[in-house]
Design a protein around this ligand. Structure first.
Ligand code: GLN
Length: 288
């Protein structure tokens, strides 16, 4: 069949097959999302109108995107956006793509400081903020909060600023290594962080979307994966309010060791943050 007479349904079938052969589990979904991006339509239309013709230009544009995905570039880098807590966050190479696993941390923040809670209008520091997914999602839901994002990566600072503006969150975005952007006496009600926590040697064994494409700076937690946890835990208390909370995402299997780090640092109480499957995704450490 001539390229210019191919239908959306046929193109999807062929491209999903190619993606599947390249080892991509979400082949059909990814093909649909890329074609929807090129055609500027909703995925549902491929089911209601599979006979819809694809023009030569559209075919060419789609092929370029498909080639990128076949090279295992993450879909979010190709489309330039990733949904998190129902909001679209701009992402690009150099930025860790927000994971749905992280959403339970935001839910916990809302539980602690939202309309149902005693504590209002918190000052929140999102350390290693990347796209800003955690801090900005909290800011959207806590309009009185003071939100500060901080990241050592310049790309993260630019992207965090851009997302704060597009989501209309009044956030400050700072550039620097962990706590170095703070004034000595600056204190927060909550310090939240999803720091790099993968053990250096384990990165090469991850999916190519992560190991090849995502920034090592945002993934590697040093030899054992705990380098940033240790640095954050040892310094956070000098920047927490007297009843402050330190909340950390925990990588798979890291919750126990992380809990011990927090206990040894003298927090009064530590709560596990679990997802719907019961897996511990984070810890919240309370000073009182
Ligand atoms: N959750 C990410 C992954 O599993 C890692 C993020 C991080 O290191 N904080 O790939």
């Amino acid at each position: 069949m001539a390229k210019n007479s191919i239908t959306a349904g046929e193109l999807l079938r062929d491209s999903a097959l190619r993606l599947r052969e390249a080892g991509i589990d979400t082949a059909r979904l990814d093909a649909e999302l890329l074609l929807a991006e090129v055609l500027g339509c909703e995925r549902i239309s491929f089911y209601t109108h599979p006979e819809c013709p694809v023009t030569e230009d559209e075919y060419q544009s789609f092929t370029k995107l498909l080639e990128r995905r076949l090279a295992r570039e993450p879909l979010a880098y190709i489309t330039g956006t990733k949904e998190f807590m129902g909001e679209d966050f701009a992402v690009c190479p150099g930025i860790l793509i927000p994971r749905p696993d992280t959403e339970v941390l935001v839910e916990k923040i809302i539980e602690l400081f939202g309309p149902e809670s005693e504590r209002k209008d918190p000052a929140i520091l999102d350390l290693c903020s990347g796209s800003g997914a955690i801090g900005l999602s909290a800011g959207i839901r806590l309009p009185g909060a003071k939100i500060v994002l901080s990241d050592v990566s310049e790309t993260a600072v630019v992207t965090g600023r851009r997302n704060a503006d597009s989501l209309s969150v009044n956030a400050e975005v700072r550039h620097g290594d962990l706590f170095e952007t703070l004034l000595p006496d600056e204190r927060f009600d909550l310090i939240v962080s999803n720091p790099p926590y993968i053990a250096e040697d384990e990165i090469k064994g991850l999916e190519p979307e992560v190991s090849v494409w995502e920034p090592r700076l945002a993934l590697s937690g040093g030899a054992d994966g705990y380098q940033f946890y240790r640095r954050i835990v040892s310094q956070a208390q000098s920047h927490l309010a007297s009843d402050g909370v330190l909340m950390l995402e925990a990588g798979d299997g890291q919750a126990q060791t992380l809990r011990e780090l927090l206990e040894n640092a003298g927090y009064a109480r530590i709560e596990e943050i679990r997802d719907l499957t019961g897996t511990v995704r984070g810890l919240a450490a309370f000073l009182v």
